[in-house]
Design a protein around this ligand. Structure first.
Ligand code: SAM
Length: 212
């Protein structure tokens, strides 16, 4: 993989016999650790998979992030380890409880129990012009969620999106689903890179985009 694609604060560290992607912070999901570094498992994280595959995310470390679909905090906890203020939107109360635990030792991680389809409900909390939106909602209408949240992104910001084909249509050919999602995204974004994430996440497409 391309080392240059890694943001500051994300390194390859020797952990449990392998060189693994890692961030510094309190463990969250039983991941192995060494010397304060916690392994970032690309099989449990779409963004981790994108970094592992050398996708140019544009993340440099220290940026403001809006994370949509935070679940119990697996990926967003790694993000908050290297980023600046990280707003984590999750609408299901049960994973959100675990997300609160992940946020407790992280003073830059702000959980929001909100629906990502309704950005107006958190627009008063999230600062304007975030540097990156990371999205992994895995529900129908994934491109629509990204378009609705484009308002938060700085002009030169990055959308880092994982599209799960089966969440849109279980029977359709994934490539057809991805083309449809990219078509909707292009109404608000310029697509910079796409990458199939199948090595780690079956029938998922990673997308890097910037506002039009
Ligand atoms: N990104 C997480 C990670 O890597 O740790 C995993 C996310 S999981 C695949 C998808 C999550 O998105 C679920 O927890 C689900 O409740 C949440 N979600 C789906 N639709 C949402 C919406 N409209 N608003 C907020 N959260 C949503």
């Amino acid at each position: 993989m391309s080392e240059s694609a890694l943001p500051d604060g994300v390194e390859r560290r020797q952990i449990e016999g392998g060189r693994r992607l890692a961030t510094r912070g309190e463990p969250v999901y039983g991941e192995p650790t060494a010397d304060g570094w916690r392994a970032w498992d690309p099989e449990r994280s779409k963004l981790g998979g994108m970094l592992e595959l050398g996708v140019e995310t544009g993340l440099t470390g220290g940026e403001t992030v809006l994370y949509l679909g935070a679940a119990s905090g697996t990926t967003v906890s790694h993000v908050a380890d290297f980023a600046g203020p990280t707003y984590a939107v999750e609408f299901a109360p049960r994973p959100a409880r675990d997300l609160l635990d992940a946020a407790a030792p992280r003073d830059r991680l702000f959980p929001l129990l909100k629906d990502a389809r309704k950005p107006e409900t958190y627009a008063h909390v999230v600062e304007a012009d975030v540097d990156a939106i990371v999205q992994d909602v895995a529900t129908r209408g994934q491109a629509e969620v990204a378009v609705r949240n484009a308002q938060f992104l700085a002009d030169d910001g990055r959308l880092l999106l994982a599209v799960k084909a089966r969440s849109e249509d279980v029977t359709a050919d994934p490539e057809t689903v991805f083309e449809g999602a990219l078509g909707r995204l292009r109404e608000a974004y310029e697509i910079l890179e796409t990458r199939r994430l199948d090595r780690f996440h079956e029938d998922h497409l990673g997308v890097v985009a910037t506002p039009k």
